[in-house]
Design a protein around this ligand. Structure first.
Ligand SMILES: Cc1ncc(COP(=O)(O)O)c(C=O)c1O
Length: 400
């Protein structure tokens, strides 16, 4: 089948070939458990009722296009939010709203990269990052996150991979797929590297309000205040409204040497006119109140219990190891391929789907090269997760 050569290297396995097989199974009337997509609404989570009322109330006033960067009220609220986290946005004009963080990742890469420019992207990554670099004509160079060090970035590997074509470093913190939360010291060291090599930091912080166990999230822009940082954030996950498509970027630190990027962003934001305006209008109310999410994350809360359930169940499987997620709702377990001689992660995921009707995403879908990991989204209720993991164990045993 013909595919535009520009798209030949572009992958998004979270909704890839296995998802298509699952869709066909469902058309035949088979029920598939989707542990592949971080879509809380699919598992009965609902956005806070007061926020939905704010949305409905603003519809009369939000029927037109907004400023290309976004409503001033939204940009002021985002600026305030960033300041409260110790970041230094240079003005409300440093904020651009988007149809989800996804749109801002794609736009910012288009504004940043010339053909052949390199961007350091984590392995494993959220695969839109690698795809966005390639779509913009760049080369994604993957640096390792070290499972033995709680999935923290390997700073030596990062530095080794910097060349004269490197423009920036992507940081995903808290991380998808690993659930890692990076210490301030690690972020400060990445800041030192960026400073030394004149690089921009691209910090995806969409899970910053989904931190477990009473830990706090440090913003990259707070750990490296003088470095030019693009901070990506949005309401999809923190307010359980992925379908609203509400995200933004905030430029922090010193951008005096990168004015071309800002001009490029202004142009690209104008070309797509503006992001969804009703979704922008709820940003001030949302950022002022994330109590509903905090209740889900607190001990006894639904997400907390689900993390416990998935970890307890995985802990019972021999030949499977994992780092306990510190944030978000993903876990990235490792299969010991000496215990289970599986061809690769795709073979395992395919057997799991066809035999047990459970859909997970193979680790290679996150640009993790070894075929020995998979990602589970722990959004189903605890009992369903416990049962699903036991069935994952059954399929693993079938390879032994
Ligand atoms: C790390 C990360 N960044 C960005 C996104 C995109 O989020 P959205 O486009 O819904 O704002 C996701 C979605 O799962 C994600 O996990």
């Amino acid at each position: 089948m013909y595919i535009n050569p520009k798209l030949q290297d572009i992958r998004y396995e979270i909704r890839g070939a296995l998802q298509q097989t699952a869709d066909e199974m469902q058309k035949r009337g088979e029920a598939v458990l989707h542990l592949n997509i971080g879509n809380p609404a699919s598992f009965g989570f609902r956005a806070p009722a007061d926020l939905l009322h704010t949305y409905i109330d603003c519809l009369t006033e939000t029927q037109g296009y907004s400023d290309s960067r976004g409503l001033l009220s939204a940009r002021l609220a985002i600026t305030e939010y960033c300041k409260n986290k110790g970041m230094a946005p240079y003005s409300p004009d440093a904020v651009y709203t988007g149809n989800g963080v996804s749109e801002m990742i794609l736009m910012s890469m288009q504004a940043l990269l010339e053909d052949g420019d390199e961007v350091l992207v984590p392995a494993p990554d959220y695969p839109l990052w690698t795809a966005a670099v390639r779509l913009a004509g760049g080369r994604a160079v993957h640096y390792l996150c070290d499972e033995d060090a709680g999935w923290n970035p390997d700073l030596q590997d990062m530095e080794r991979k910097i060349t004269r074509r490197t423009r920036g470093i992507v940081i995903i913190n808290p991380n998808n797929p690993t659930g890692a939360l990076y210490p301030a010291g690690v972020l400060a060291e990445i800041g030192t590297l960026a400073r030394r090599h004149g690089l921009i930091l691209l910090s995806d912080e969409i899970y910053d309000r989904l931190v477990l166990d009473g830990n706090t999230h440090t913003a990259t822009a707070a750990a490296a205040p003088d470095v030019p940082v693009i901070c990506y954030n949005g309401l999809s996950k923190s307010h359980l409204l992925t379908g609203f498509r509400c995200g933004w970027i905030c430029l922090c630190g010193d951008w005096s040497r990168h004015e071309g990027f800002i001009r490029g962003m202004d142009l690209l934001a104008s070309l797509r006119l503006c992001s969804n305006v009703p979704s922008q209008a709820i940003i001030p109310a949302a950022l002022a109140n994330d109590a509903a999410m905090q209740a889900l994350l607190a001990p006894g809360g639904r997400i907390f219990r689900q993390r416990q359930a998935v970890c307890n169940a995985l802990g019972k499987l021999s030949g499977v190891s994992f780092c306990t997620p510190q944030a978000g709702f993903y876990i990235f377990p490792k299969i010991d391929l000496r215990a289970y001689p599986i061809g690769d992660d795709i073979q395992f995921a395919t057997r799991l789907l066809t035999q047990e009707k459970i859909l997970i995403t193979p680790g290679t879908g996150f640009n993790w090269t070894a075929p020995d990991h998979f990602r589970i989204v722990f959004l189903p209720e605890a009992a369903q997760l416990t049962d699903a993991v036991a069935r994952i164990g059954k399929v693993l045993e079938s390879f032994a």
